[in-house]
Design a protein around this ligand. Structure first.
Ligand SMILES: Nc1nc2c(ncn2[C@@H]2O[C@H](COP(=O)(O)OP(=O)(O)OP(=O)(O)O)[C@@H](O)[C@H]2O)c(=O)[nH]1
Ligand SMILES: [Mg+2]
Ligand SMILES: [Zn+2]
Ligand SMILES: [Zn+2]
Length: 363
């Protein structure tokens, strides 16, 4: 039987039968390529050269691919997204990481407002991880800017484990991280993992050999339960993936005025007095201040492709200096005192209340 060949960008098994499925490459390109040539599928080609694909393709079950990777690995690089922390925590991994060396790589620190110190965010992460029962050395990085990557490489090269599985939720930046390491090692000649601003880019496991026999393996991200980002069309999920420093805005709200992200969420304090609220979102979306009686018309203004039909409205107390996080969207923060509020979100989306990531800390 002819050996199956893999796309070097996303790991898909190359095929010439179905353009709708991952790994498609027209027959003449696949048949004519020399056996040692690195190939990339049509979807990766479009992503790399035009930064775009129109539709999500059908892909293998990421959990099956991750499970096979766990059998192979000696060490785990668990990647989490600092800007979508709760949603990207791999709770299911706790049982698999036993007996394996684990590094928790906290990515996207370049998106922190410039006033927030990385050391302060790291202390916050340590406290949160302890709550979730996740152990492992924490390394704060930005795969995009390269911050923290030298430290990560030095840690990796100093350890006896050689087989490292890079693992985490979709879109946390696993492929960008590997790509950044390959660049630093001058290994880009061998191609690099495909990166895209929407979830589900990597579809099979792809391995890269670094110095000292260290192998890093890219994996497809697991899809977190209740994260808005995964439930939207490609265009909308691109908007919710922050590219630049996150949006931070202060609002004074009362019982008649609240905040919306059109088509996605509405938030209002239930209070007699004026409240100061800080809203955080990705660079390309923002909370908008509006009258509470306009909420339903704003919520109806969603994208046609991912129009949301089922909503839930929840009454909550946000303690002072805590955030209400809408998974995969952003958060609002109560500053002056505890805040009683009401939030309307898609029925399938989760939320969390946590200590401030950005701002006042009482450690
Ligand atoms: N600002 C910023 N964006 C990042 C960083 N790392 C990755 N990204 C962006 O996050 C998005 C997803 O990156 P990928 O590397 O494709 O993420 P992944 O974890 O491999 O995703 P899947 O393959 O879908 O599981 C892209 O838009 C990246 O540019 C970072 O350090 N900072
Ligand atoms: Mg990837
Ligand atoms: Zn590909
Ligand atoms: Zn949409």
């Amino acid at each position: 039987m002819e050996k199956q060949r893999q796309c070097r960008g996303c790991g898909s098994i190359l095929q010439s039968q179905d353009p709708q499925q991952v790994g498609y490459l027209p027959e003449h390109l696949l048949a004519d390529a020399g056996a040692d040539k690195d190939l990339i599928c049509q979807r990766c080609y479009k992503l790399i050269h035009y930064g775009q694909v129109e539709k999500k393709s059908e892909a293998p079950d990421p959990n099956r691919v991750i499970a096979a990777g766990l059998q192979w690995a000696e060490g785990l690089l668990i990647v989490v997204d600092l800007m979508d922390f709760e949603a990207s925590i791999p709770l299911g991994l706790r049982q698999f990481s036993k007996g394996k060396k684990t590094l928790v790589v906290v990515n996207k620190i370049d998106l922190l407002p410039s006033r927030t110190k990385v050391s302060e965010a790291q202390a916050w992460v340590a406290k949160q991880l302890a709550k979730y029962g996740i152990a492992g050395e924490i390394v704060m990085v930005s795969a995009n800017s390269g911050q923290g990557i030298i430290e990560l490489q030095e840690t990796l090269f100093g350890l006896p484990q050689k087989k490292w599985l890079v693992i985490g939720a979709t879109s946390v930046g696993k492929s960008t991280l590997i790509s950044r390491i390959l660049k630093r090692e001058n290994l880009v000649g061998k191609g690099s993992p495909t990166v895209a601003r929407f979830p589900g880019t990597t579809v099979e496991r792809v391995q890269w050999e670094l110095k000292y026999g260290v192998i890093v393996s890219d994996t497809p991200g697991f899809v977190p339960e209740g994260r808005l980002l995964d439930q939207l069309c490609i265009k909308c999920s691109q908007k919710l993936t922050p590219a630049k420093e996150i949006n931070v805005k202060v609002y004074n709200l009362n019982a008649e005025s609240g905040l919306v992200v059109p088509g996605l969420v509405a938030f209002r304090p239930i209070t007699a007095i004026e409240e100061m609220v800080i809203g955080f979102t990705a660079s390309d979306v923002s909370w908008q201040r509006t009258k509470v009686n306009k909420f339903s018309s704003w919520l109806a203004k969603g994208c046609k492709h991912c129009a949301i039909k089922d909503w839930k409205t929840i009454e909550l107390d946000i303690p002072q200096n805590h955030d209400l996080v809408i998974h995969g969207l952003g958060w609002v923060s109560a500053r002056r005192r505890n805040l009683k509020c009401e939030v309307t979100i898609p029925a399938s989306v989760n939320y969390s209340i946590r200590e401030n990531l950005i701002g006042v800390k009482n450690y």
